[in-house]
Design a protein around this ligand. Structure first.
Ligand code: BG6
Length: 314
């Protein structure tokens, strides 16, 4: 289904304004909250999911065979225009972390706080729902990045969650980006998990002024943890002995993985991390291109970063 005219049509915009709900597809409803933020609510035979159009942000995804959600979403996340939602899958683009020269620019890039528009919704042969979104060309986006590009996210929700982000260079010169799917995974407790798949990899430790070390063991957590694994293009797995499940994170077009757990002290300083111990129920495994692995995109070329999440119950 092509919904390209949806937002341009005054009739459809008014319908959404009045009714706050608009059916886009057999399995997808578009809704709007009091502050005007819009969401896609997906309910298909395989899963339920919720996507905020601001940021093309997957807030929730839960396969129907699972009891516990796969993505963590803070209980006091802010749903405000121009602010990122704490939890789910924020998209960091076109830079990861702070902007290198201008501190007034959005940390982790502006893609997560700009509205996106629906360009297509359809069902896959396996019964999943595939949604294509394009980032809007707003004055704020232009202020922070003046050259021409297109940015399209394809989100597929079913038994698995897949997110693809395609950057096309429409300029007449190459440009460089960094990017991430800053995914918050829902875990039973930070003390119950280990992450495999990063052994023997070099990491830059943000907790140690970006010192570089080699990771020798599966990751476990006993305090704030903030590491950027360089030249890491393979998959990793979160083993959660509390929920008796594995979360497999596989990827392509990504050469960096970031793992982040804020710990008690940092969480307490953040206004949107929920109740005091809520941070213990999340770990971020971020499919990234950053630091040594920033991406150069030549004129007319498209670069795609993809991540897929699958849960195996034990
Ligand atoms: O608060 P933000 O901008 O969403 O960032 C959260 C965290 O994101 C992680 O990717 C970074 O490694 C951390 O250093 C940072 O604190």
């Amino acid at each position: 289904m092509n919904t390209e005219t949806l937002e341009a049509s005054p009739l459809d915009a008014n319908t959404l304004q009045t009714k706050k709900r608009l059916k886009l597809h057999a399995h997808v409803m578009q809704t709007q909250d009091e502050s005007g933020l819009q969401y896609l609510e997906v309910d298909n035979p395989l899963c339920t999911a919720r996507i905020a159009l601001q940021g093309a942000h997957v807030m929730a995804w839960q396969p129907k065979f699972l009891v516990q959600p796969v993505l963590w979403l803070s209980s006091n996340a802010r749903y405000v225009k121009g602010r990122s939602i704490r939890g789910g899958v924020p998209i960091c683009w076109p830079w990861f972390g702070a902007h290198p020269t201008d501190s007034t620019f959005c940390p982790h890039g502006f893609a997560r706080v700009i509205p996106w528009r629906v360009i297509d919704v359809d069902a896959t042969p396996t019964g999943a729902t595939r949604i294509m979104l394009e980032m809007a060309d707003t004055p704020e986006a232009k202020r922070q990045l003046s050259y021409p590009y297109t940015l399209v996210a394809t989100i597929t929700v079913g038994r698995r969650l897949r997110v693809d982000l395609a950057t096309t260079n429409q300029a007449d010169h190459p440009f460089v980006i960094s990017e991430a799917f800053h995914t918050y995974l829902n875990i039973s407790d930070i003390a119950n998990v280990k992450i495999t798949g990063l052994q023997d990899c070099v990491y830059s430790d943000k907790m140690l002024k970006y010192e570089r070390h080699v990771e020798h063991n599966p990751l476990t957590f006993d305090g704030e943890f903030d590491r950027v694994f360089i030249n890491h293009s393979s998959d990793c797995t979160v083993h959660d002995k509390g929920y008796n499940r594995l979360i497999h994170v596989s990827k392509s077009g990504s050469d960096t993985t970031v793992v982040w757990s804020p710990g008690a002290e940092k969480s307490a300083q953040m206004a949107d991390m929920g109740a005091p111990d809520e941070w213990r129920k999340m770990v971020c495994v971020e499919t990234t291109n950053a630091m040594d692995n920033m991406v150069v995109i030549n004129p007319g070329r498209t670069h795609v970063i993809s991540a897929e999440y699958a849960v195996e119950t034990l």
